[in-house]
Ligand binder design. Structure first.
Ligand SMILES: O=C(O)CCC(=O)C(=O)O
Ligand SMILES: [Fe+2]
Length: 346
């Protein structure tokens, strides 16, 4: 494995999408190139209030600093909807433990009424779990979730235009309610972990991810030439990356680069806030007819035999949650799993 010099990923300015027609054209052309090469870039001038961002990061740190017993009151294993807190080592990527602790929330909702013919992925719908000991976390994270949803949809519109489509081409599969998975994450230093896997190599699943990093690096991106490049924090930016849904919808024109996080050095901790914008779960994965010049650059899709893709989005969402959280799967969804799957984790 070779490490390329960093920072290697481009910085795009979202404000240019809403600027003069010349700015917009230049932004779209640059975005098109980046989507094809990496599906990873930094976004600045995105319009999210820096005070909100600062408050979210500071309050996330206070959450992780709570006594373990407070955090365990909202452990994910208590939620059939995969919401709540996980200790480091609890989540898995490709069967290996991820050394990060995290709180997962999604759209605040009530459980779906499950009947005999209800698809299993409807079980994902439900309420979040919130810490009693830090009541300010709920309004802050819900406000932030609304903001990054707005940004994610703006980016999706820009992506649609970069692909030669109308701005709202994806709207029919995210309206009226996209999937909104939000994670606050703490990566403990290597002295407190059993391996250096903060999170194992993976692609994200949905449309786009909006990632906020604090100050410690650790995120790495694998390019099409199998180089790993660092994506260190750049103040005032989000890291944006495209997910498998867009790779599939464009027959591989858009890349969803594999990425991972290396655990920080001993005695150092790393914080991030990741937001994953996805489509409605009952939507089929769309196929976008690209203009001829882009069509020529389609790469096709290589399907990972360990991780087959289903055409219905909710099936993929449920499968990914069951694999990442074998404890929740076993506690609430044992009927969906074969015994080998439960014990092997992934
Ligand atoms: O924490 C990070 O910087 C990235 C996390 C990530 O890739 C993920 O949770 O999918
Ligand atoms: Fe990721």
């Amino acid at each position: 494995m070779t490490i390329a010099p960093s920072p290697a990923l481009p910085i795009l300015e979202l404000s240019r999408f809403y600027g003069t027609s010349e700015d917009r054209r230049a932004f779209i052309a640059e975005l098109r190139g980046v989507l094809h090469e990496h599906g990873f870039f930094y976004l600045q001038n995105h319009g999210v209030d820096p005070n909100l961002i600062g408050d979210v990061m500071a309050t996330a740190k206070r959450f992780f600093a709570l006594p373990l017993e407070e955090k365990l009151k909202i452990e994910m294993v208590k939620s059939p909807h995969f919401r709540g807190y996980n200790r480091a080592g609890q989540e898995r990527t490709r069967g290996e433990q991820d050394w990060r602790e995290q709180l997962d929330i999604n759209t605040e909702s009530t459980p779906f009424e499950i009947g005999p013919d209800t698809p299993a992925w409807r079980r994902l719908q439900g309420p979040n779990q919130w810490p009693e000991a830090l009541p300010e976390l709920k309004p802050l994270l819900l406000a932030y979730q609304a903001e990054v949803t707005r940004i994610g949809i703006d980016i999706l519109k820009a992506i649609a235009v970069a692909l030669g489509q109308s701005e709202n081409v994806f709207a029919e599969i995210y309206q009226p309610q996209p999937s909104q998975l939000l994670k606050i994450i703490r990566y403990p230093g290597r002295d407190a972990t059993e391996t250096d896997q903060g999170v194992g190599a993976h692609k994200d699943g949905g449309f786009v991810t909006v990632l906020l990093q604090d100050t410690v690096p650790g995120l790495r991106v694998r390019t099409q030439d199998d180089l790993w490049i660092d994506a260190p924090p750049v103040p005032g930016t989000f890291v944006i990356n495209t997910g498998e849904l867009l790779e599939l919808a464009t027959n591989g024109f858009v890349r969803a680069d594999v990425h991972d996080v290396i655990a920080p050095p001993a005695g150092v901790e790393r914080f991030s806030v990741a937001f994953f914008l996805g489509s409605r779960p009952d939507a089929p994965i769309p196929v976008i007819e690209l203009p001829d010049d882009l069509k020529l650059a389609e790469r096709g899709i290589s399907v990972d035999p360990l991780n087959p893709i289903f055409r219905e989005v909710g099936v993929n969402q449920l499968k990914s949650r069951l694999r990442s959280h074998p404890d929740v799967a076993l506690a609430h969804h044992a009927d969906l799993l074969s015994p080998e799957q439960i014990t092997a984790g992934k």
